[in-house]
Design a protein around this ligand. Structure first.
Ligand code: M6R
Length: 603
């Protein structure tokens, strides 16, 4: 949520605009930029809506050797030009951009900023006004005033600050919001996400919570708020910059759906050896094997991947699993088992709701693992162990390849734990072969995308609502299929355990209501067919995605062969495509659905 890019030591405008464009996927509703040419000229420009609106407002002579830019996703105050960042203090000495939420902004305003004239409704402006006030009252230089202010601020933040009395510096601070420092030759760059500035540098410093920094074109000093120096070594990030580009695709979402066969192969190569044994850190397998219950915590799509993980861990690792929505769990901890092990599923590794739980897990000194797509992300650093999803950068707001990667990596861990416990079915579980089947099956399904486009055109073009139904593991996929469809097409869609419909929701089925039925579960395939007949007889337009062995003439998608426990890897593909085409055919911005952000760093 929100994106920040700062540059010092190089013409900053285009780098910032391109970086912000690369961060568009995080979601935003306004944008702004501050530039200083180090020759007495400074420029502040802001616009509501897209970055293209900001570009239109910028004149060619507005350039700077130092600059900070921001895309804002409104939390405090509406998306207006005044509320857009950068914000400035009363004397227009300090300019600040901020990603995060200041919890005590009202208190700070009341206590320290009486009589100060504000121009926005934001929590961020309170901070920059506070910095200005402290600098004036105590006659401090910018960096000292910044650190003094930070001692009073409570909340999450990634801040970039410019003091126009020493404009060749950018001051930074990080707490609970992502921020990386990129090291260049004669310049430095700061961004919410390394991917956004990979065309400038591949050398990065991972900043940690509590870090504040003074960045110039050829130096960086990182310290604590109390002024204690900390060492933060740069490292080279091994990411292919093309992985984050759209190539010939119109939307990232389709590119990422299409990439799933490759992701399965990548996971297989990295986590399984040629003899089908798992290559998982033995400490992780041992820690999970010692536990008497696994708690999987996540949000959104990751939570739904966790529901599939429950089936995998219970089957192959023989450990009971509880799956929780992080936002609920964090404030209502259940009675835990005697030897719990916590798994955090998170594509971004930054989700605030999940962090709340992890914090408490750490306070209780309990073991934890983050499965994430982002190396060095906050949840990865804060958990005991990390397993990477290896899905490559996921840019579209709607998560697709990270979901299937989460399922595959959970399968790897379930097998590793089962092997550690000497469980025969885990040893016999030919995951290498199954992931190969998944890759081939996914390819077959994405190759058949035109058929799904036709289904979207036929059944979803004019509907206001839709349902997914399934039993067993298909129920978990029904929940994810419904989330995908609703978030990108705005069709109100619910996922149901197929038999539950008749206990109330079937009242909503009328002529033309789309119902997508998923059939992979050997125990209930016939029963789900019965549920299909129930909705069909009430006028529903039913689309059936069925495993080859249960498929019947007339089914819309026949799912290629795979182990039942990994069937979600295939079942979800036509569901993702259906969501994609429903959105695209309506002319919507598939990659950036309204009101949504890629990385949800507020609770
Ligand atoms: O980065 P995370 O996996 O922790 O994010 C969790 C959810 O915010 C995310 O899955 C969200 O539901 C996506 N929009 C789903 O497509």
């Amino acid at each position: 949520m929100c994106g920040i890019v700062g540059v010092v030591g190089k013409p900053a405008k285009d780098i910032i605009l391109s970086g912000l464009t690369n961060l568009e996927y995080r979601g935003y509703d306004s944008a702004g930029i501050y530039l200083n040419d180090l020759n007495g000229h400074e420029y502040l420009t802001k616009a509501v809506g897209r970055i293209s609106n900001l570009k239109e407002k910028l004149t060619p002579d507005e350039e700077g050797l130092v600059g900070i830019g921001h895309t804002r996703w409104a939390t405090h105050g509406k998306p207006t030009v005044d509320n857009a960042h950068p914000h400035f203090d009363e004397t227009k000495r300090f300019y600040l951009v901020h990603n995060g939420v200041i919890e005590n902004y009202a208190e700070l305003k009341e206590k320290y900023l009486q009589g100060v004239k504000f121009h926005s409704d934001t929590d961020t402006e309170v901070v920059v006004q506070l910095i200005g006030k402290i600098a004036r009252d105590k006659n401090l230089d910018g960096f000292s005033a910044f650190k003094e202010a930070l001692k009073l601020v409570k909340g999450s933040y990634a801040f970039l600050l410019v003091d126009n009395t020493e404009p060749d510096h950018v001051f930074i601070a990080k707490n609970k919001s992502p921020m990386m420092l990129g090291i260049g030759d004669g310049f430095n760059i700061i961004a919410s996400d390394a991917i956004s500035v990979l065309d400038q540098t591949k050398t990065f410093v991972d900043l940690q919570d509590g870090d504040v920094g003074d960045i110039t074109k050829d130096s960086y000093v990182i310290e604590t708020i109390d002024g204690k120096k900390v060492d933060r070594e740069p490292h080279v990030l091994n990411i292919d910059p093309n992985a984050a580009s759209k190539g010939t695709y119109e939307f990232y979402m389709l590119k990422e759906i299409d990439e799933q066969p490759g992701v399965m192969r990548h996971i297989s190569q990295d986590y399984l050896d040629d003899n089908n044994s798992t290559k998982v850190d033995p400490k992780i397998a041992a820690a999970v094997a010692e536990s008497d219950r696994i708690y999987i915590l996540a949000a959104g799509t990751s939570y739904r991947a966790g529901l599939v993980g429950k089936h995998l861990f219970e089957k192959y690792a023989d450990i009971p699993v509880e799956v929780g929505l992080a936002s609920e769990f964090g404030y209502h901890f259940p009675k835990l088992s005697k030897k719990p092990f916590f798994i955090f599923l998170t594509q971004s590794g930054e989700t605030a709701d999940s962090r709340v739980v992890l914090k408490q897990v750490n306070e209780r000194h309990l073991p934890s693992l983050t499965m994430t797509n982002v190396e060095g992300s906050t949840l990865s650093r804060e958990a005991t162990y990390t397993m990477l999803l290896k899905a490559g950068p996921e840019i579209a707001v709607a998560s697709t390849k990270a979901y299937t990667a989460q399922i595959a990596v959970q399968a790897v861990l379930a097998k590793a734990v089962g092997e550690k416990k000497n469980i025969q079915i885990a040893k016999d579980f030919d995951l290498k072969h199954q992931l190969a089947l998944a890759a081939v099956g996914m390819q077959q399904l994405v190759d058949g995308k035109e058929k799904i486009d036709e289904l979207a055109k036929k059944y979803l073009a004019n509907t206001r609502n839709a349902f997914y139904i399934g039993r067993g593991i298909d129920y978990a996929v029904a929940l994810e299929g419904a989330l995908k469809l609703k978030e990108v097409s705005y069709i109100q869609t619910e996922g149901f355990a197929a038999a539950e419909l008749k206990h109330g929701t079937i009242a909503l089925i009328e002529k033309g209501t789309p119902v997508i039925a998923l059939i992979n579960d050997p125990a209930t395939a016939d029963l789900t067919r019965g549920n299909i007949r129930e909705v069909e007889s009430r006028g529903a337009n039913v689309m059936v995605f069925a495993a080859k062995e249960f498929a019947q003439v007339g089914d819309d998608v026949v799912l290629p062969e795979i182990d039942y426990y990994l069937s979600p890897l295939l079942t979800i593909v036509p569901a993702q495509l259906l969501a994609y085409y429903a959105s695209k055919n309506k002319g919507l911005d598939v990659d950036k659905p309204r009101n949504l952000a890629k990385s949800v760093t507020v609770e």
